[in-house]
Write a protein that binds this ligand. Sequence first.
Ligand SMILES: C[S@@+](CC[C@H](N)C(=O)[O-])C[C@H]1O[C@@H](n2cnc3c(N)ncnc32)[C@H](O)[C@@H]1O
Length: 388
Amino acid sequence: MSSALRFFATAAKGTEGALRDELRGLRLPSVRADRGGVHFEGTLADGMRACLHSRVAMRVQLELGRFPAGDERALYDGVRSLGWDEHVTPRHTLAVSATCRSSRLTHSQFIALKTKDAIVDAQRDLHGRRPSVDTRDPDVDVIVRLVKDEATLYLDLAGDALHRRGYRVATVEAVMKETLAAAALRLAGWDGTADLLDPMCGSGTFAIEAALIACRVAPGLRRRFGFERWPAFDRTAQGQWEALLDEANARILAQSPVRIEASDVSPAAVDATRQNLAAAGIAGAVTVRQRDARTLGPDDGPCWVVADPPYGDRLTAQPLQLAGFVQQWSAAVKSMRGSTVVVVSGNPLLQRNVRLAPDFEHTLFNGDIECRLLRYRVDARPMQPERA
Ligand SMILES: C[S@@+](CC[C@H](N)C(=O)[O-])C[C@H]1O[C@@H](n2cnc3c(N)ncnc32)[C@H](O)[C@@H]1O
């Protein structure tokens, strides 16, 4: 592959800025945020490095080319002209997915089908055989994006989406995506150098992501990637990949330099968190226990408290019960002088009932759910007795 490749790393809505900063921190070239993700350029090794180290990206995609595709013929011819031999062979399986917006071709399934036809026809003409389609577990994942009659073709480096780090072996309800938890920590300003408490840990996502950051564990170390099955993943690429893995393994700290605790009132959540921590290989980095978050007190701080409190379905959640819970919990964290409290919630009720004023607010999306990220600072000075 040539050395000036173009990549697009996708991000959950509202986390594009966090991903841009993260990719800049990885010293990837020509990083630029856009709607839905971040562009960067570099070599295949740079793309692999982004997959291995990005905590925020959902996918990393290699751009193969762009061309006008105002109709079916132009799409088919444009796809065929891209020179697929480097990317797929009859021995590989293939899947194609498509999105479209503001274009004359309006059916994404039809766009995907035409693209697939063009790729397999090109292979059949060349080799007399064609690659098979496997929509569940393809070797090569092709993505077509059609915007204003211009098609852009990508290969997905990730395979399984990047939030699947490989450690989530147990879940309880309402889990947060790993990528979103990492983005929230970064947006709020937690950088792995302060103690952290996840007092409503569920399956432990905040605490585990925090421990991976603190111990400098690359998020992709415990999984496989789509690019490992590509024809372009030749000996050279494999050597580069192994060097990246060695380098990432060498950076891992044996112990967390900060105190990280996860707790939940539910025994099932405590158990799930323990299992996930073990699967992540960092069981010793987080203290896990069963505890009601409303029992937090002055001795638990100062530290960062990071939580996505229960909010249930926005329509069916019992407002009074939730409001009362949040008021009690915020009174508890308010006693933790000098602490920073970060809350991610899709329920506006929560914000109204936290008895603190946020010093930072940001909107991000957990799937389709619009969430607020709120950061509060608890005054370090002792509380004054209230006047009658
Ligand atoms: C939205 S979930 C957290 C999800 C978690 N961040 C994850 O990714 O899995 C909210 C959690 O709050 C816990 N919870 C509810 N009431 C609690 C309380 N009083 N004290 C501590 N945890 C509580 C629930 O058991 C649930 O696991």
